[in-house]
Design a protein around this ligand. Sequence first.
Ligand SMILES: [Zn+2]
Length: 393
Amino acid sequence: MIKKKRVMKILVLLVSILTINIAFAGCDKYTSVKDELQNKQLNTNKNNSNNINSEKNIADKEEPAKILEDTKEDNSNIITITAIGDCTLGSFPEVTEGKSFEDVLQANNNDYGYPFKNAYNWTKSDDLTLINFEGTLTDATELANKKWRFKGPKEYTNFLTASSIEVVNIANNHSFDYLEEGYNDTVKNMNNADIGVSGNEYICTKNINGTKIAFIGHEVIYEPQDIYDKLKHEISTAREEGADIIVCSFHWGIEYNNMPTPYQQKLGHYAIDTGADLVIGHHPHILQGIELYNGKYIAYSLGNFVFGGNEILYDKKHKDVDTILLRHEINLQDKKISDIQLSIVPFRLSGDKEYNNYQPIVLNGEEGIRIKDKLINLSKDLKYGIKSLEIEN
Ligand SMILES: [Zn+2]
């Protein structure tokens, strides 16, 4: 009898040990599910407070078991983010018949891959692509009382999904071209197409293989004084909510001016001092220099890219058709940024040389080098201007 009890005790002990082992073996999975839950919680909180957008876990495409294995062996991670300047997908009421974005699209069989076709190599191979979305996607007809008013129909989100563009900044001087209705429609249409909306009151977060990236954006052309406190608050909140990388878009500067104003420089530095990791600028419609400030890059203006707001390439105002894709390869070690490699892909903003065909083309060879040298020259006048730059082909 006593012997039987002992055997029972041993059996119970064995079962307990086995149970504990199974629990430990499932630890990684548990952590992963917990992370997922936390991410969801983060999103729910954000959706409640800030209308923050849904995250898209690119890890979904891979086999979960492989990801767990990778995380176990190595705590380093590389995230590639491509940034693109001013994009207007659509047109304006005063456009010449036959020359509008819609006309060119129609002539190209309404192919949603058409405008970003030559950028697709890079937008699809990165983790995330961010563009400045300079316009609206709406059926609204009531116009703002201003000179240029841009819009396209809601289906134009297809240009972004077809081109692997995951995040848009809407903090610019065209997001209210069709007033509140146009603005709200644009946000709604982007959300419905699962495109991350950042800028103004929207902070977008994305989760790439466990790395959380927050996108913040502001239009600061008229130098709002409350921007400093607002930015500080947003950046610290994003960090508290677990962002490993913070990307800040600024719509700023003087149109067709290659030199960042003192205000741009002050705010760019302030954003980095406050905790931003990348600063992406636009609005001047042409390229401005790049700074490396305390280990972080500030690109003051990326220029136009697919720009439905200009039908003609050259006139009194428009003389410059140079543009780029800006690539950031961000290395993380234990979720902290250890290094950022910056490179460019030089582009000309239209394939056609006279009229805008709304399909930028890659510039190779000497033309590409010319754009690289131009950026380095523009950076020379900046206190922390970069001295070299890689071209990615
Ligand atoms: Zn602008």
